[in-house]
Design a protein around this ligand. Structure first.
Ligand SMILES: [Fe+2]
Ligand SMILES: [Fe+2]
Length: 138
């Protein structure tokens, strides 16, 4: 069974996923101006992907006998498109760091299914990170 530390890391993941699911969806809603026309659809798509991440991590925590958090980490929508994208790129960087740590611990505990779950999610977060970087023109 999973250690307390692993369940804690997984719940941190749920909190982050809830945060960005709301953050990106509200950015999609609030984004205005000609510049945002293409970006709004991308934000909506990523928001839905993040909610699916929250669901799959929550399912795994529940299976492992843990209690799933309902608390998102603080949501930072931003005031203009550039600020939004900078906040989103940072959120993805933090998720990448957290999930690498989670993968290492799951591996150390011989929890292959959890490791594989987070490996899949990590790949998605790297893709989101790349999309935000590209949108910022970096
Ligand atoms: Fe995610
Ligand atoms: Fe992401």
């Amino acid at each position: 069974m999973a250690s307390k530390k692993l369940l804690e890391l997984m719940n941190k993941g749920v909190s982050r996923e809830l945060q960005v699911a709301i953050q990106y969806m509200w950015q999609h809603v609030r984004a205005t101006g000609v510049e945002t026309a293409a970006v709004a659809g991308i934000l909506r798509g990523i928001a839905v992907a993040e909610m699916k991440h929250a669901e799959s991590i929550a399912d795994r925590i529940d299976y492992l006998g843990g209690e799933v958090t309902t608390q998102p980490t603080p949501i930072t929508v931003g005031k203009n498109l550039r600020e939004m994208l900078r906040l989103d790129k940072k959120a993805e960087e933090e998720a990448i760091t957290l999930y690498k740590e989670t993968i290492k611990l799951a591996d150390a505990e011989g929890d292959i299914t959890t490791r594989e779950l987070f490996e899949g999610i990590l790949g998605d977060e790297e893709d989101h990170h790349n999309q935000f970087k590209t949108l910022l023109g970096e």
